[in-house]
Design a protein. Structure first.
Length: 362
């Protein structure tokens, strides 16, 4: 029978965790504020990237949009440009929509309760709990991958991520959370997962909760939380055409569906499998007749990994002497305006290497 941690023991572990956090927490810029806007920006960005890279994005985002009002007034293109390189651009658009709602509905003041925060575009249970607890002191636990791992090991729970598993972990974390420091507790348990209770090779000898850890006691650390079945990764074959005419480059904007919504890209032909470049060039020449007979430089295949997709891309570079007829949705953009456009990282890197875009150093 499972040995269940008592309520008193849970509270003891919570205060032990806070004592460890007070001594060892990293000095991060979003921990120096209780401004809900800045905390929200940090939490959304940190869902995309590690702290080291995320810090730079956080500082640049706030330099461009220091207040929720300024974010709300910006255009979508401005927001996407600052977000460029983080991926998951839907989250940037949701941030933009949420900022507008905060300004229009709440006069620029973030709602202070977890339940109301959940009504804002793109804000789910994790982000709402983080903002409500850290900025407003509401006693509501966060559940992310780090918290899930710490709690399942602490209680030796064979749970998987999902509605039921997250609910159980949230209840267990709530039993540990002191009334007086809910925001610090949430940051402490995430910090423990990020620095000590790692997925592989956790630093159990220096863990402040080692004496209360059921998984350590039962030699189950390596088994918890149990890993799910591997997710299938779909291969997609992209053929991008860098077509120039004098000082103009042909672009198109992606639509609402699929990946990289609303971002700019080079004219694209997608195929169901790998195809000979000559066949792809012939098909693109039918779509855009000025390409016919022009020399085309073809790159090697570039592999670009997304969460559940592997993009296998080739790049075709050519120059034409006229732009008509221009296919619907294509636009001829002066080269000096390209830096204002937002591209998927795959394309941004290619355009930098081709000296079409200035390098970012990233």
């Amino acid at each position: 029978m499972e040995k269940v941690m008592s309520g008193d023991e849970g509270m003891v572990t919570g205060y032990m965790l806070l004592a460890w956090y007070d001594r060892h927490r990293r000095d991060l810029p979003w921990r120096r504020t209780r401004d809900p806007y800045r905390i929200w920006v940090a939490e959304v960005i940190l869902q995309q990237t590690r702290v080291v890279q995320g810090t730079g994005y956080y500082l640049r985002f706030l330099e461009r949009f220091p207040t929720v009002e300024m974010l709300a007034r910006a255009s979508e293109d401005e927001v996407l440009k600052v977000w460029e390189g983080l991926g998951y651009y839907r989250r940037a658009r949701n941030m933009h929509a949420a900022a507008r709602e905060v300004v229009e509905r709440w006069h620029g003041r973030f709602p202070s309760s977890y339940e109301v925060l959940l009504t804002l575009p793109g804000i789910g249970p994790y982000t709402a709990a983080a903002v409500a607890s850290i900025a407003f002191g509401e006693k509501v636990p966060v559940v992310d991958g780090n918290v899930f791992r710490v709690v399942t090991r602490l209680h030796a729970l064979r749970l998987r991520r999902g509605t039921a598993g997250d609910r159980e972990v949230r209840q267990r974390a709530a039993a540990m959370m002191p009334d007086d420091r809910p925001g610090d507790f949430n940051q402490a348990i995430m910090e423990l997962g990020a620095l000590i209770c790692l997925p592989d090779r956790p630093a159990c000898p220096v863990c402040p909760l080692a004496g209360h850890c059921r998984a350590l006691e039962q030699n189950l650390i390596g088994e918890l939380p149990p890993s799910g079945p591997p997710k299938r990764t779909k291969k997609r074959y992209f053929h991008y055409f860098l077509i120039t005419c004098c000082d103009r480059i042909l672009l198109r904007r992606r639509g609402e569906e699929d990946i990289w919504q609303h971002l700019h890209e080079l004219p694209l032909m997608e195929t169901e499998q790998e195809e000979e470049p000559a066949e792809v060039i012939d098909r693109m020449s039918l779509l855009f007749p000025p390409m016919r007979g022009q020399a085309v430089e073809v790159s090697a295949t570039v592999r670009h990994q997304l969460t559940h997709r592997t993009i296998l891309a080739r790049f075709y570079r050519t120059a034409v002497d006229r732009l008509d007829p221009l296919p619907e949705g294509w636009e001829a953009v002066p080269r000096e305006e390209l830096a204002e456009k937002t591209f998927p990282r795959l394309l941004g890197l290619y355009l930098e290497k081709q000296r079409i875009l200035p390098g970012t150093g990233g």
